[in-house]
Design a protein around this ligand. Structure first.
Ligand SMILES: *[C@@H]1O[C@H](CO)[C@@H](O)[C@H](O)[C@H]1NC(C)=O
Ligand SMILES: *[C@@H]1O[C@H](CO)[C@@H](O)[C@H](O)[C@H]1NC(C)=O
Ligand SMILES: *[C@@H]1O[C@H](CO)[C@@H](O)[C@H](O)[C@H]1NC(C)=O
Ligand SMILES: *[C@@H]1O[C@H](CO)[C@@H](O)[C@H](O)[C@H]1NC(C)=O
Ligand SMILES: *[C@@H]1O[C@H](CO)[C@@H](O)[C@H](O)[C@H]1NC(C)=O
Ligand SMILES: *[C@@H]1O[C@H](CO)[C@@H](O)[C@H](O)[C@H]1NC(C)=O
Length: 568
């Protein structure tokens, strides 16, 4: 997460690399729908420097008669001689429902900063997602999905109106029924995390490697931990970063995920007070005064929303948009806090343009081209709900029980509704649960190689508490803490973290337990604008690594944040 994502949408809007590939000169020569699925990885050139293949996998690993899915698999090929080649490192960007294809194309060769030339860097669209077939969707067309989202924004605040909880509960029931009715391919119940873990083993084996090397962020951590629990002796390297509490995941109760969310808001207040009015436009001399200033602004916006028209979008900055923008910015505070502060200050004087623009999507437009060149569906929302709720135990809160759930989660964070409650209520409506799926426990007495588990000190959606619970399930594994707020270590450059990740991938060497890494950034500083003494201490290769880390962070932004507005 979880990376609640609007990945496919935002990729189209934000990632030039993807746009270039879809609409550039390559689009004539490569189309996913024209790749023939095979039980082998038959690579063809795609997206300039990548190679793509469609791999056939059994929908149900215990019953080959159920049929198959075809996974979109992509690699950035290794760049070394045959003797030096070390096989694939799989990457999953989270979601669930995130397109690994789009994520890898977006991150591009910058990822080499972590993963050496001797590896194929590999990702894939999990079963049901994006370019993989069959696709999981409740909607018949993109227009129908856009209309649903406009009428029933999933990120709508449960506290915005007096009937919001009831309405969300009702919509979730409707979505659950739609899913049953429209699941003609039968894919939903096979999209569970255990099956995706099995797919990862199969992909690795198709490369000729019987054990997995893997890097997963956010929900990708649940996938990595599930793999380690199911196949402990197939673990060659597993790095999980931004770690979900997987047992909470399987209980459809992610209240624990919001443990540190409010800490990131506090970091905004503290950082702004420390930075001064030059660097933080929403400045007041103390953190408490900044908190008061924000509370006053929130109340004023709640009473009187502000209309906004930008060259690419339009909408209203209301209570929900203000709070969603804050919440989403918590995932990348180093990048986004200066802009958010400026947006808040301008909003205070009646101009909501900047604040609105941070996460706004362009309005939906029907595709008027007759060429059906983009047959895939933008289904990350559906996939998120389908994977989470098909994974978890069945929950069936009544409206009263859901209301109590919301009240309880609000004790953990004032932003719980955008994370915890949203997932819970959708599972309340979900009806598809496969017998015999893996429901934990997420543990293995002995994995072949211990896991490297990475957390930040204040992660707004996957707090350290989840990482510690996961760590407890895998004796011998080590937790590396990066001393920064933000979602996953990738959102803030740290040469220290980078060093440990490289060392583990290459040699299996773990950091000392309790290791804490500093970051190369200052809250409310320009990202990467280091102090003069720090800058002087850097070697040329460090400078290059920092530039690559910055590029990875920028690419990850569109993977881990979600926008709003009438989206395509
Ligand atoms: C492959 O490696 C060579 C030599 O190290 C380098 O010059 C080249 O840019 C690399 N190519 C890619 C695609 O990484
Ligand atoms: C809803 O908003 C009110 C007033 O802003 C606040 O006191 C309350 O705690 C909020 N409830 C939830 C569930 O967030
Ligand atoms: C959900 O988990 C929280 C703690 O993380 C707990 O307080 C709460 O009772 C749980 N709710 C349900 C319905 O299980
Ligand atoms: C509102 O803010 C935007 C972005 O900061 C700016 O470009 C625009 O000129 C402002 N509009 C007015 C009327 O001040
Ligand atoms: C891996 O181990 C070798 C041999 O000890 C060493 O030279 C190399 O620097 C290590 N790699 C990393 C990334 O630490
Ligand atoms: C970086 O920070 C220094 C002060 O530490 C400041 O003078 C300089 O303008 C900053 N550079 C940028 C690009 O913001």
């Amino acid at each position: 997460m979880f990376l609640p994502i609007r990945l496919l949408v935002s990729c189209l809007l934000l990632l030039p690399a993807v746009v270039a590939v879809l609409f550039g000169p390559n689009s004539e020569t490569f189309r996913w729908d024209q790749l023939r699925p095979s039980t082998n990885l038959n690579w063809v050139e795609c997206y300039s420097m990548f190679q793509c293949a469609k791999l056939e996998v059994p929908l149900d690993y215990s019953d080959p008669n159920v049929g198959t899915a075809a996974l979109a698999v992509i690699r950035l090929p290794a760049n070394v001689s045959e003797e030096e080649y070390q096989g694939p490192v799989l990457f999953n960007p989270g979601g669930p429902g995130g397109s690994g294809v789009d994520a890898l194309v977006g991150v591009g060769s910058s990822f080499r900063v972590f993963i050496g030339n001797q590896y194929d860097i590999v990702s894939f669209d999990p079963r049901g997602v994006s370019y993989s077939t069959p696709i999981a969707t409740f909607f018949k067309t993109d227009a129908e999905r856009a209309l649903w989202n406009a009428a029933a924004p999933p990120e709508g605040s449960l506290n915005a109106s007096s009937d919001a909880i009831q309405r969300n509960w009702g919509l979730a029931q409707l979505l659950g029924q739609l899913a049953v009715q429209r699941d003609s391919s039968g894919i939903f119940k096979y999209m569970t995390t255990d099956n995706v873990a099995r797919d990862m083993l199969l992909i690795s084996q198709k490369f000729g490697f019987d054990r997995l090397k893997y890097y997963g962020i956010s929900y990708g951590s649940a996938l990595g931990a599930t793999f380690a629990a199911l196949f402990p002796d197939k673990v060659e390297r597993i790095i999980i970063d931004g770690v979900l509490d997987v047992d909470a995941w399987f209980k459809a109760n992610l209240t624990i995920s919001a443990t540190d969310t409010d800490k990131v808001l506090q970091a905004f207040f503290n950082g702004c007070a420390a930075a001064g009015p030059e660097l933080c436009a929403f400045y007041k001399p103390t953190a408490a005064e900044i908190a008061e200033r924000l509370a006053a602004l929130t109340a004023s916006i709640r009473a009187r929303p502000v209309p906004v028209i930008t060259p690419t979008s339009y909408g209203v900055v209301d209570y929900t948009v203000l709070r969603v923008t804050l919440f989403e910015s918590f995932k990348m505070p180093y990048d986004l806090f200066p802009t958010v502060a400026k947006g808040l200050a301008e909003l205070e004087s009646g101009n909501g343009t900047l604040l609105y623009s941070i996460f706004a999507n362009a309005p939906f437009e029907c595709d008027s081209s007759t060429d059906d060149a983009l047959p895939f569906h933008l289904n990350s929302d559906e996939a998120l709900i389908a994977v989470h709720c098909s994974d978890a135990v069945e929950v069936k809160d009544s409206i009263e029980q859901f209301t109590a759930f919301v009240e309880n989660a609000a004790k953990t964070s004032q932003f719980a509704e955008f994370l915890v409650d949203y997932l819970r209520v959708n599972c309340d409506g979900w009806q598809i649960h496969r017998e015999g799926r893996f429901l934990g426990p997420i543990t293995a007495e002995h994995t072949r190689v211990p896991l490297l588990i990475v957390t930040t000190t204040a992660d707004p959606v996957t707090p350290k508490a989840g990482a510690l619970n996961t760590l407890a399930g895998f004796p011998g594994s080590v937790l590396l803490t990066q001393d920064s707020p933000g979602h996953t270590s990738l959102t803030t450059p740290s040469l220290c973290t980078l060093g440990y990740l490289r060392q583990y991938l290459e040699n299996g060497t773990l950091p000392e337990p309790g290791t804490v890494c500093p970051v190369e950034a200052m809250l409310f500083g320009v990202p990467g604008n280091l102090t003069a003494s720090r800058r002087a201490a850097l070697r040329t290769e460090d400078e290059q690594a920092l530039a690559a880390l910055k590029a990875v962070g920028d690419a990850v932004r569109s993977v881990i944040t979600r926008g709003f507005g009438k989206r395509k």
